[in-house]
Write a protein that binds this ligand. Sequence first.
Ligand SMILES: C[S@@+](CC[C@H](N)C(=O)[O-])C[C@H]1O[C@@H](n2cnc3c(N)ncnc32)[C@H](O)[C@@H]1O
Length: 335
Amino acid sequence: MAKRKKTNDALMAARDNKSDEFYTQYDDVAREVEAYLDYDPDTFRDKTVLLPCDDPERSNFTRYFVRRFDALGLKKLVSTSIAAHGETRGRIFTLSRGETPPAAPRWGYLDGDGDFRGAEASRLRDEADMIVTNPPFSLFREFVAWIMAAGKKFLIIGNQNALTYKEFFPYIQSNRVWLGVSITGGDRAFNVPDAYPLEALTCGVDEQGRKFIRVKGVRWFTNLEHGRRHQPLPLMTMAENRRSSPHKLIRERGYPRYDNYDAVEVSYTDAIPSDCGETMGVPITFLDKYCPEQFEIVGLDRYTVPKEKLIGGRVAIGGKPCYARILIRKKTGGA
Ligand SMILES: C[S@@+](CC[C@H](N)C(=O)[O-])C[C@H]1O[C@@H](n2cnc3c(N)ncnc32)[C@H](O)[C@@H]1O
C-alpha cells in the first residue's frame, strides 16, 4: 500500500509540476506495435506516422519506427518535439520511403515551438494517417481532442485513470476508442530526466545509468483494430459462480443490488454471470477484457446515476459506496 501511494505521489507530482517528462521504454513500444501486426500485418503499410511529442534525439518511439520502417512498410515517419534544451524552436525528423535511415539520431528545426496545439503541428497531423506517442500527462484530454478532431488513427500510452475522464469515457462507451493489447496490469518503467528526484520506492537507476520510475495503471489506448478485443469472456452462471468462484465475496455474498441504482453489483470481472439480463456494475479493469460483441456499456456510475442519488459519488450497497463501476449489459445473442 505504501509502495503504491509513493508511485501515485510521483505521478501526481509530474502532473502538478507539468514536468510531463516520462520516457517510454523501447520494448514497451515494440511489444504493442508488433501486436497489431499479428492481427493485420498491413496495419502500418503505406502509412504516414506522426510522433508528435518525441524528441528525435532520445525518443524510443522514433528509434523503433526508424528501425522497423521497411518491415512495417511505412511511407513516411515524422517525429517532432516541443522546444527544449534552451532552444526556442521545436525539432523535427522525417524519414520517407527510399531514404536511407540515419545511423545516429539527426534532426532539423520546426518554424515554431513544436507545441502540438500549434498550427504547424496540426498541419503535420492532418498530413499523417496515424498518431503514435506517449503524450504529456497534464494535456491528455487536449491531446485526445486534437487527434479526434482530425479523425485520425492513433496509438497512445497513458494512465488508466483517463478512462473515467468525462471527455474520454464517451469514446470508450461508443467503441470509438478501446484499450490496446500488451498491457493489462502490473507496472511499467519509464525513464525520467536526470534532475528527477528519486524519492519514491519505485524509482531506480538502470544499467545504462539512466533514472527510471515504475508506474502502475499504465495502458495503451487506440482505435486500431486488434483481435483480442473480439474474444468473448468465458462466463459461468450465477449459481455456478456462487458455488465455485475463486472469490470468497462472490461465494458468500453473491450479487447484491445497489441502494441507489437499478443494477447488480459484480465485484470481479471474472465473476460476471452468463445468465444476468440486467444492468451490472463492474470494476474499471473490465475494459481490459471488454468484447463489444458480448457486452454493451451503459455508462459509468458517476455520469449515469442521477447526481442526487450518488453516495460518495458512487453506487452503494448498504449505504457504503463501491469503487468506481462501469455499468454494462450482456448483449442478447452475445457469447
Ligand atoms: C510523457 S513525455 C513522453 C515523451 C516521449 N513520447 C516518450 O514516450 O518517450 C511527453 C513529452 O511531451 C512533451 N510536451 C509537453 N507539452 C507538450 C506540447 N504542448 N506539445 C508537444 N509536446 C509536449 C514533453 O516535453 C515530453 O517530452
